[in-house]
Design a protein around this ligand. Sequence first.
Ligand code: SF4
Ligand code: SF4
Length: 227
Amino acid sequence: MIIAERKDLARLIGMLEGRRSILVAGCRSCVAVCQAGGEREVAALAEALRLHAAAGGLERSIETVTVERQCEKEWTREVAPMVEGKDAILSLACGVGVQVMQETFPDVQALPGLNTSNMGAPVEQGVYEERCGGCGDCVLHLTGGICPVARCSKSLLNGPCGGSQGGRCEIDPETPCAWDMIYRSLLRLGHAELLEVNIPPKDWTPSGHGGPRRIVRKRAVLEDEET
Ligand code: SF4
Ligand code: SF4
């Protein structure tokens, strides 16, 4: 899922300067799971903004809504009646959601309430870690299911580097060495032979360095695969 965290309240207040009618819009998907932009966070932020407005004698109306998925117009269109007449949408979705909101409602500015960080997973209550760097050419079948791109501090495709010590990364001893984990995982899976495989330099073209990436699924191909 996409991991994000909320911007500081002071920063949000600065962004909203001069806006009188605001819709705080959450998303029920990834950002709700990582407790950054779900219904609860929307309600808490709206309340904080109302208190700030009251304390400063600002005339400001703040409404709230939480969309099933802000990254799909099919869902964002449903909130059109709530967007009507607003000066701004303060979106608590990931960066994708903010942009889809802006595309859906091009005449009302969509402001980012979150900082979108990475594609990751919860590892314990309230702790989320990056798991995938979206490189576009997955090699997890060679690395025991552990991503060398996102989890090795140097994104080494053939590790470990010379600095791995006692299973910890030389860049940050708090971080487990990804290549130590890869080694152990491959042994556990009975695929030690993969440690002999030199992963060739990656073709980084699908990783997004040449402009926005696009995947086109052809209906006929999907139907073929299903039969
Ligand atoms: S190898 Fe690439 S696609 Fe696979 S998990 Fe790592 S970054 Fe993601
Ligand atoms: S110590 Fe391990 S995780 Fe850290 S940079 Fe070297 S190989 Fe990568």
